[in-house]
Write a protein that binds this ligand. Structure first.
Ligand code: DI6
Ligand code: FE
Length: 401
């Protein structure tokens, strides 16, 4: 402890019950523990010592200290909302019908193109504040409601600006291939050329995103188009992930695994074959119970097969105006348990360490370990399983970052 005596911590948190989330099969509970932080990183984890010195000391009073929560799949930035479409669906129309009738994603595209950068910033900021209030310390935000070069870049600039203005890590993703814009009607290959020839190079050049996503689906883009986007992304040094198997099996998860993708997301219609490929490539399965619930999907993602294959499962809000207008990561954890029959431990892993893996950041965040970033949350609970158990309430008391 001599080193600790000479160099005081920037911050010391003591009298905390800690769930490190560092192991594969448990919460990593350390009761009545202390954490020392230096230069924004965890430099000590263990029992409190009498000789500890720190510039700032926090008595956690027996509350639970957890890693900051991570929302690894969102479409947080867009103009308008789609409450009208929600009402249409309840009057009998389904998602594909609405999309084909020019509604759906394309109506959000119109509103997003029309909005100024400042307007987009302000509406997304309100949503971001709601997520931060539940302990989200890192968030992935996709573009994909611009569908032209200018608006896609505008969205990614807003994402960057949000990260600069709020105490949260924003990880931006280019989702140029989200839907077909009206000006490319009946010319989806032409639109993919725009994504590959203009959007990806510009985003790589301006460093506005380090990952590229595609909506691979009957109402999105096909396998060959998705592969073309992946090839271009890789050629520009960008990582890939995929909206895969949400409404049908397109073999997308196998494709993204083949390109060493970070994650395959949604996965209700995922095949056993693709699961094996994901396991081999280390591609994370990101499940999105909000969209499952909101679309009244009945086909469950193959949870047990993913477990059996050892594919880590992440959970995210998929916040978007069409299929998951949800701003609660805690509710997603509850739904992962009630709808997907995941366990509370799995649900917390899914929003901490596995979500960090889905962002390629597991060496920095997602668990409480010496050397990792001190992005922590404090909760007034009796056990971490309570986060998944109760819904519609928020026991967060503090974010330490
Ligand atoms: N899958 C989804 O659930 C969202 N995007 C996607 O590719 C829906 C986006 C929207 O309807 O606005
Ligand atoms: Fe999505």
């Amino acid at each position: 402890m001599s080193q600790l005596e000479t160099k005081p911590f920037d911050q010391l948190i003591h009298n905390a019950n800690i769930a490190t989330m560092a192991g594969d099969s448990d919460y990593g509970i350390i009761e009545n523990a202390a954490i020392g932080i230096n230069d924004g990183k965890i430099s000590y984890l263990g029992s409190a010592q009498n000789n500890f010195k720190a510039q700032q000391i926090l008595d956690a009073e027996g509350q639970w200290l957890l890693p900051g929560l991570i929302d690894c799949h969102t479409h947080l930035i867009y103009g308008g909302n789609r409450a009208n479409e929600f009402e249409m669906r309840l009057n009998g129309a389904d998602y594909e019908e609405i999309a084909k009738a020019g509604g759906g994603i394309v109506s959000s595209v119109k509103a997003t193109r029309a909005a100024s950068e400042q307007e987009l910033f302000e509406s997304a900021a309100m949503r971001l504040e709601a997520l931060i209030a539940e302990g989200v310390t890192s968030i992935e935000i996709k573009s994909g409601y611009g569908l032209d070069l200018e608006t896609e870049l505008k969205m990614l600039r807003v994402a960057k600006k949000l990260g600069g203005h709020y105490p949260i890590r924003v990880v931006p993703t280019l989702l140029g291939a989200h839907a077909l814009p009206p000006e490319y009607k009946d010319n989806s290959d032409g639109y993919i050329d725009l994504v590959c020839n203009d959007m990806i190079p510009a985003v790589a050049q301006e460093k506005l995103a380090d990952c590229v996503d595609v909506f691979c689906e009957n109402i999105g883009f096909n396998y060959a188009q998705t592969e073309k986007v992946f090839q271009t992304a890789k050629a520009h040094g960008l990582k890939v992930k995929l909206h895969a198997e949400q409404l049908s099996d397109q073999n997308g998860a196998a494709l993204v695994a083949q390109y060493n993708g970070l994650s395959a997301d949604h996965l209700e219609y995922l095949s056993q074959d693709s699961i094996a490929q994901m396991a081999k490539a280390g591609t994370i399965a990101t499940l999105l119970p909000g969209a499952f619930y909101f679309l009244r999907e009945t086909k469950l993602p193959p949870i047990q097969a993913l477990r059996d294959a050892g594919v880590p499962i992440a959970i995210a809000t998929d916040h978007n105006p069409g299929t998951s207008p949800c701003l609660s990561i805690l509710l997603m954890m509850n739904m992962a348990c009630t709808l997907f029959k995941m366990t509370p431990l799995e649900a917390l892993q899914a929003t901490t360490i596995n979500a960090a893996k889905a962002l390629g950041l597991a060496n920095e965040i997602g668990s409480i370990e010496v050397g990792k970033k001190a992005e922590l949350t404090l909760w007034d609970i009796e056990h971490p399983n309570q986060l998944s158990y109760q819904f519609g309430s928020n026991p967060l008391t503090k974010i330490i970052r």
